[in-house]
Design a protein around this ligand. Structure first.
Ligand SMILES: Nc1ncnc2c1ncn2[C@@H]1O[C@H](COP(=O)(O)OP(=O)(O)O)[C@@H](O)[C@H]1O
Ligand SMILES: [Mg+2]
Length: 469
């Protein structure tokens, strides 16, 4: 601008006035674009969320032939998104237009003013210098600045998203989680004293209220109670997923957790069980055996090398539950938490898992088993009965029945009791007697391939289909 002034003196000012007028206009256009870009991003987010949901549930959508209905939902959001994108392109177009013609307007106005005001002859050298300097000015003011505004608004949208993610509440690591050996009394692995937890921090109502119990080494602790009473939440609080609001919860050692909703990732069955740990054949085979997975692996096309998950074969709920259980076992942690692993499998397999795995392989490990199968309670060293997030009773089966706790009534609003079959305590006690014999048998033959008899091979028939069909 100074160079221009030196070249044509006051004649450059009309050009500067045009520049002063165009820059705010372009700035305003940039602001409009930023606003519209924000709105477009909202529709894009919505579309991506719907698409993710569709891709995740593709099997169900295909099965019910809902493709068109979901296609219409996506089309509708896409339409709104495109409409906003088109509106956002108007300020960009106007800015480009102003940049293109503003440049001409600038040098023409300066040259005309110079021609009208100067007494000297107009030389080509002056005009060339003026035109090229105008080009430099308009390029930086009319092209680069609006582009910078446009890019910074896009950048702002991205920064806001990153900020939202970074400002998410931290998963608070409980200071009490670092338990030193001396802090827990001899032989105690978990100690809860007046624990209160809540999934909703703002809510005053607690999910778990005044929970106190102890789990000793080698103990099987069973947790029972109706649906929604807080059994899973209790296990979650032990693995620090659910923060403790009040009281103290001490856990002495590493914890493995087999969740109620079994989870597998894309990979081979073996990778799913090892979960990054080193493969040890004998241990792996024993775990597969105790988790009643042997027969399943034999039926799978590539055995334990079969791909499962999104890009592999689909497993049944029971198979997933047993793979989860096997993963928890393979980890070899000091404490094992099992959230209802027996409900996803039939009673025969359930019995096998309870005998060979929970009472066999894990015999020396402190373990907490959430279950609805009351027939297993007689074998538990300790039973915790939960109701509405509170401990209704605690002790062995005999102690609890003496106290007058009616298990069948307690769980009566629970559908799974019916599925469990033998809920009566007579059944539970007779089961304990049989279980004792089976445990001894198992400990003598730890690698026996017992799971095989639990399955029956699928029957297949070969033949032709009639043409008139
Ligand atoms: N991940 C979670 N986030 C929020 N609330 C939860 C979560 N898990 C459980 N809850 C709530 O905690 C209460 C107890 O549930 P849960 O522990 O799953 O019961 P149970 O395992 O005995 O059926 C329920 O009211 C449930 O809605
Ligand atoms: Mg649960």
């Amino acid at each position: 601008m100074i160079l221009l002034y030196r070249e044509i003196q006051w004649a450059c000012f009309p050009g500067y006035v045009i520049l002063l007028f165009l820059i705010p206009v372009q700035g305003w256009m940039g602001k409009c674009f930023a606003k519209l870009r924000h709105k477009t991003a909202q529709f894009t987010d919505e579309r991506v969320a719907v698409m993710t949901e569709i891709i995740t549930g593709m099997r169900v959508i295909k099965m019910y032939a809902w493709e068109n209905a979901f296609g219409d939902v996506v089309k509708q959001i896409r339409k709104l998104e495109i409409a906003k994108m088109i509106t956002a392109s108007y300020p960009i177009g106007t800015n480009l237009l102003l940049g293109l013609y503003g440049n001409r307007l600038l040098d023409v106005s300066m040259v005309i003013t110079y021609a009208l005001t100067t007494n000297e002859p107009i030389r080509a050298s002056t005009i060339f210098v003026v035109v090229s300097l105008c080009r430099v000015i308009s390029f930086s003011f009319m092209r680069r600045i609006p582009r910078a505004i446009q890019l910074s608004s896009e950048c702002l949208v991205a920064v806001e998203r990153i900020e939202k993610l970074l400002l998410l509440e931290e998963n608070r690591e409980d200071d009490k989680s670092e338990i030193e050996d001396g802090e827990l009394s001899e032989g105690t692995k978990i100690e809860a004293k007046g624990v209160c937890c809540s999934w909703n921090e703002e809510s005053t109502a607690s999910t778990l209220k005044d929970i106190s119990f102890e789990v000793k080494s080698d103990q099987l602790t069973a947790v029972v109670g109706p649906v929604g009473c807080g059994k899973s939440s209790l296990l979650m609080s032990i693995i620090k997923e659910l923060p403790v609001k009040k009281g103290s919860l001490k856990v002495g050692g590493s914890v493995s957790f087999a969740a109620q909703q079994p989870w597998v990732f894309s990979g081979t069955v073996r990778e799913n069980i090892l979960f990054g740990k080193e493969f040890r054949k004998k241990k792996f085979e024993r775990i597969v055996n105790v988790c009643a997975l042997k027969r399943d692996l034999d039926l799978l096309p590539d055995g334990d090398q079969t791909m499962i998950g999104e890009r592999g074969v689909t497993l049944s709920g029971g198979q997933k539950a047993r793979i989860n259980l096997a993963r928890a076992l393979y980890d070899g942690s000091d404490i094992v938490l099992l959230d209802d692993p027996l409900s996803a499998v039939d009673s025969e397999v359930g019995r096998h898992i309870f005998d060979k795995c929970i009472m066999g392989y894990l015999a020396d490990t402190p373990r907490i088993l959430v279950t609805h199968q009351l027939q297993y309670l007689a074998t538990a060293d300790q039973i915790i009965v939960l109701k509405d997030g509170q401990i209704e009773g605690k002790g062995t089966l005999n102690e609890l029945t003496e106290k007058g706790i009616d298990f069948a009534k307690l769980m009566s609003n629970d559908e799974s009791v019916e599925e469990a079959g033998g809920t009566s305590l007579i059944h539970a006690r007779s089961y304990k007697m049989r279980n004792q014999e089976q445990k001894e048998e198992f400990l003598q033959q730890p690698n026996e391939n017992a799971s095989q008899k639990l399955f029956k091979a699928e029957e297949k028939k070969k033949g032709d289909v009639n043409g008139c069909l």
